[in-house]
Ligand binder design. Structure first.
Ligand code: NAP
Length: 257
């Protein structure tokens, strides 16, 4: 009998903010595409519940729930270590955790500004740096995807901190892509328009907003979680092996005009 080569280890994805919304959909989609997935959230019960729900829904999925608070570098380090211990070296990071505090430029409080920048920009830096360091140490030619926003590319009223953080995240993506390319690590961003989630509904459910936003989107609808997950799946796939430092809008064309 010829000796069989051992089956290759499955790719390992860490998804931040996987307890609900877009992150949960991305985690489920990557699990369906054969990744072992660490689903992270700030509370252990939420992380575990997401991991269990995905394992139930996706036959053969290997998932774990891990606590991760993006604003705390020690929490990030321990989540990365816990993931590697349970699943092996991380090959894919999806940096999705984010918050929104609405407020016009004349009203936005310094506290809200700080919270949004700390989570959406500095938090994404902590996570990308921690995972990239391990990818370099383990010689893993991995892929990192940051979930930015159409608001990082075009101005919308009432979300200055959020827009500034997402624009910063796009430049963070390009900086990481440039410096990590010699290690074979690719870094890209996805920029969705409004998506039906807890965060998206802060805007979509305001009087008249859903109709006004839909009318502004050339393809005539808001985005779905599945639209974003499909873009992430492409960017982490071998088919995107020569794609780095890009921002992929998933926006129905809203940024065209
Ligand atoms: N929805 C939209 O219209 C839209 C459009 C463009 C881009 N985006 C971006 O897509 C990403 C996901 O948004 P979503 O709509 O799915 O939001 P969501 O439903 O509110 O979910 C946000 C996720 O982020 C996690 N999170 C929040 N603060 C965190 C922190 N400090 N540390 C760790 N995790 C934290 C939450 O986990 P907990 O369980 O710990 O709370 C939750 O899993 C965000 O980056 C958002 O800016 C959203």
């Amino acid at each position: 009998m010829p000796e069989r080569a051992p089956a290759p280890a499955p790719p390992v994805a860490l998804v931040t903010g996987a307890s609900r919304g877009i992150g949960r959909a991305i985690a489920a989609d990557l699990a369906a595409a054969g990744h072992a997935v660490a689903c992270t959230a700030r509370h252990e019960a939420d992380a575990r519940a997401a991991a269990a729900a995905i394992a139930d829904a996706v036959p053969g999925a290997r998932t774990i729930g891990v606590v991760l608070e993006v604003t705390d570098p020690a929490s990030v380090a321990s989540a990365v270590a816990r993931t590697e211990e349970a699943l092996g070296p991380i090959t894919v990071l999806v940096s999705n955790a984010g918050i929104q505090r609405l407020g016009g430029v004349l009203e936005q409080s310094a506290e809200d500004w700080d919270a949004v920048i700390a989570t959406n920009l500095t938090g994404a830096f902590h996570v990308a740096q921690a995972v990239a360091r391990r990818m370099v140490e383990t010689g893993t030619a991995g892929a990192i995807v940051n979930i930015a926003s159409a608001a990082g590319l075009i101005a919308f009223p009432g979300r200055t901190a959020y827009a500034a953080a997402k624009a910063g995240l796009i430049m963070l993506t390009r900086s990481f892509a440039l410096e990590l390319a010699p290690h074979g690590i690719r870094v890209n961003a996805v920029a969705p328009t409004f998506v039906e989630t807890e965060l998206g509904r802060q805007t979509l459910d305001a009087p008249g907003m859903r109709a006004a936003i839909t009318a502004r989107i050339p393809l005539g609808r808001v985005a779905t979680e599945a639209d974003v997950a499909a873009a992430v799946r492409y960017l982490v796939s071998p088919g995107a092996g020569f794609v780095t430092g890009t921002v992929l809008p998933v926006d129905g064309g809203i940024a065209l005009r």
